[in-house]
Ligand binder design. Structure first.
Ligand code: 5GP
Ligand code: MG
Length: 186
């Protein structure tokens, strides 16, 4: 069956996201105090959020070390495959660090759970999690983020770094994507 995705409804504007990111940075800065943070951003979807979050943290005189790991569970469809693949490893040592794991969206929870396990295996002293979006209705593993931007319904979200087949990442705000069956499609 062939479907044509198109942008549906705006969810959060660039301004709403900016305000929320500053609230998250404020909470993180208060919780960590003078302790050093190793921010680990899960690529690709969280690169825009991470960029804004670390600069919002800098406004609170918090300057984390930053590293990236590339994980994927989606492949090229909009349904989670249920299997999380590690495509690119961290480059910084993790041992003894307080890690702030950053992801774009917490859906089934498998990606964040896998990433947390990897970081603990590598000797992280602590792993806290920060997600821009949370879809609690989709959870298959019991995991809650320590810092959450917004909760959303079971919709497919694009923009602000989040993609569908590597498109839509450039959008300044977040919007839902609609999958419509093309007329005459089988
Ligand atoms: P989980 O492993 O929690 O099921 O999925 C998390 C990953 O799936 C996210 O990091 C994100 O890359 C992708 N994902 C889940 N829901 C959405 C969505 O609504 N839109 C986009 N673009 N990606 C999503
Ligand atoms: Mg992701």
């Amino acid at each position: 069956m062939s479907t044509t995705p198109h942008l549906d409804k705006p969810l959060f504007s660039a301004e709403e996201i900016r305000t929320r990111v500053h609230v998250l940075a404020d909470a993180i800065a208060r919780d960590y105090g003078a302790d050093e943070i190793l921010a680990v951003s899960i690529l690709k979807g969280s690169f825009v959020f991470t960029a804004d979050l670390i600069r919002a943290l800098a406004a609170h005189q918090v300057h984390p070390l930053v590293d990236f790991m590339t994980l994927s569970s989606y492949g090229s469809s909009s349904m989670s495959s249920g299997k999380v693949l590690l495509h690119q490893e961290l480059s910084l040592p993790v041992k003894g660090h307080r890690v702030l794991l950053i992801d774009d969206i917490l859906d089934t929870g498998l990606t964040l759970q896998t990433a947390c396990q990897l970081l603990i295996q590598k000797g992280a002293r602590e792993v806290r999690t920060c997600v821009l979006l949370d879809k609690p209705s989709r959870r298959v593993v019991p995991i809650t983020a320590d810092y959450t931007g917004f909760q959303v319904e079971n919709v497919f979200v694009v923009g602000y770094g989040l993609d569908y087949n590597n498109r839509y990442r450039h959008l300044p705000g977040l919007a839902t994507l609609k999958f419509e069956v093309a007329p005459g499609a089988t």
